[in-house]
Ligand binder design. Structure first.
Ligand code: SF4
Ligand code: SF4
Length: 182
């Protein structure tokens, strides 16, 4: 059954003599590169990283673990984000909140360890859709460049939002999520 009209039939036809030369294709490619270079001032080419292309408000980038209005971590370590993750990128360890920690964690159970492997993540957004506590959202931030694989496993130190530097995610919240936030 055909669900969309986006599929293309792949051709296995023999290459022509001109195609086998590759030169016309190379010249055509260089022409496209030159055109993009000349059109740089028109906003199509960016001198990254000094100049960054504006990203959409709902762009799916680096995650944030949100705090509530009192600065307490929202995550209750229910594990639904990890179950929903198709890349199996999320792992966590839950712990029980003590009486003295009520100002730190919103629920009685919290994630003492919460990690996302950014090399596995495909930034699909399933984790934020699965979360019943409005605790995890993707943002328009980028994952840092690292020089070893282990550094791409982001823990709470990189994921939980800074209480003094909150991240506004209202633009990407669905109506259901906005209602769920208390
Ligand atoms: S964005 Fe997708 S792949 Fe990445 S952690 Fe969330 S659910 Fe997993
Ligand atoms: S981020 Fe949300 S879904 Fe994931 S463990 Fe925490 S509360 Fe559960």
């Amino acid at each position: 059954m055909k669900l969309t009209n986006r599929s293309k039939v792949v051709s296995n036809k023999e290459m022509t003599f001109m195609e086998k030369l590759y030169l016309p294709a190379i010249v055509k490619g260089m022409g496209i590169t030159l055109r993009h270079a000349l059109e740089g001032s028109k906003g199509k080419v960016f001198a990254y990283p000094e100049v960054q292309k504006p990203r959409a408000k709902v762009w799916r980038g680096l995650h944030v673990l949100k705090r509530d209005e009192e600065g307490r971590e929202r995550c209750t370590a229910c594990g639904l984000c990890a179950v929903a993750c198709p890349a199996e990128a999320i792992t966590m360890t839950s712990a029980e909140r003590t009486k003295d920690e009520k100002h730190l964690y919103r629920e009685e159970k919290y994630a003492s360890v919460y990690e996302i492997n950014m090399l596995r993540c495909i930034f699909c957004g399933m984790c934020e859709e699965a979360c019943p506590k409005s605790a995890i959202y993707l943002t328009d931030r980028l994952v840092d460049v690292e020089s070893n694989r282990g550094s791409f496993v982001y823990g709470k130190d990189k994921l939980v939002e800074d209480v003094n530097n909150r991240i506004d995610i209202t633009d990407r919240q669905s109506e259901l999520q906005k209602k769920a936030v208390k």
